[in-house]
Design a protein around this ligand. Structure first.
Ligand SMILES: [Zn+2]
Ligand SMILES: [Zn+2]
Length: 253
């Protein structure tokens, strides 16, 4: 019971905090500026949901699960992305990433979760995995100096928000990005692969091994070629994780 009361109290506190913030910085739609929400109801009608793809070959997959013939020891077992990375979604995610607005991250995570529960048949395989006991959330790390500069890691923020919605513990950092690598945005598919190879490491900070986190949902904001997520998954599985699904708020098509 104490746990529930505490949860409720922290929920109230969050709402009070967000109420205060709303007065100081009124929320408006990132696309049309209408006050009230980051994506207003009208603009939400123009948001496209992303189709499922296999995280390994990136061809259509019915449920987001990796094709039988694509599954490999260190590969991703599935991928769920909610929206196409375009228009209002793209603007909102960029705002979270570059302006560090955690409020907007919470809103995007809630909306994304709402879409998944509304289309729960389509998202059934992913939701079943996400909601099963013993599944933890992980996130793609940022290089430390970059994180200090921005003040937050947006992928961590999304992972935290999703965890809270489904009543799981806040995700602990399992991965680190020891050195700075070139921005993926400017690179070709092959260059991206080379660029992220060995860029991530399993963090020893928490004293845990991957075996303590056998089943994971790895969270990031956007899936582009998947090179980063596949590399992070490889590191997690080498450290002992057995089953890893990817989850991103949006995906480029
Ligand atoms: Zn709008
Ligand atoms: Zn495949």
């Amino acid at each position: 019971m104490i746990g529930v009361a505490e949860k409720l109290r922290s929920g109230v506190l969050e709402r009070v905090k967000s109420g205060v913030l709303d007065v100081l910085f009124p929320v408006s739609c990132v696309w049309c500026r209408k006050e009230g929400r980051y994506i207003c109801e009208r603009c939400e009608l123009f948001v496209s949901e992303a189709a499922f793809i296999c995280p390994m070959c990136q061809k259509t997959s019915f449920s987001g699960e990796a094709h039988d013939w694509c599954q490999s020891r260190y590969g991703l077992d599935g991928l769920a992305s909610v929206w196409e990375y375009e228009g209002v979604v793209k603007r909102l995610l960029n705002m979270v990433k570059y302006q560090g607005i955690t409020h907007a991250a919470a809103d995007a995570a809630e909306k994304a979760f709402h879409v998944m529960t509304r289309d729960q048949e389509r998202f059934a395989s992913f939701l079943e995995f996400l909601l099963s006991p013993g599944v933890s959330l992980a996130f793609v790390p940022m290089e430390l100096r970059q994180e200090k500069r921005r003040g937050q890691n947006h992928a961590q923020e999304f992972a935290k928000r999703i965890s809270r919605i489904i009543g799981k513990e806040d995700p602990v950092p399992l991965l680190e990005k020891p050195k700075k690598i070139a921005s993926q945005a400017e690179l070709s598919k092959e260059e991206r692969l080379r660029n992220v190879k060995n860029a991530f490491a399993f963090t020893k900070k928490g004293g845990s091994t991957g075996k303590a986190f056998p089943r994971l949902v790895l969270v990031d904001d956007v899936w582009t070629t998947g090179a980063t997520m596949r590399e992070c998954c490889r590191v997690l599985k080498k450290a002992g994780a057995r089953e890893v699904w990817g989850f991103t708020i949006a995906r480029t098509s």
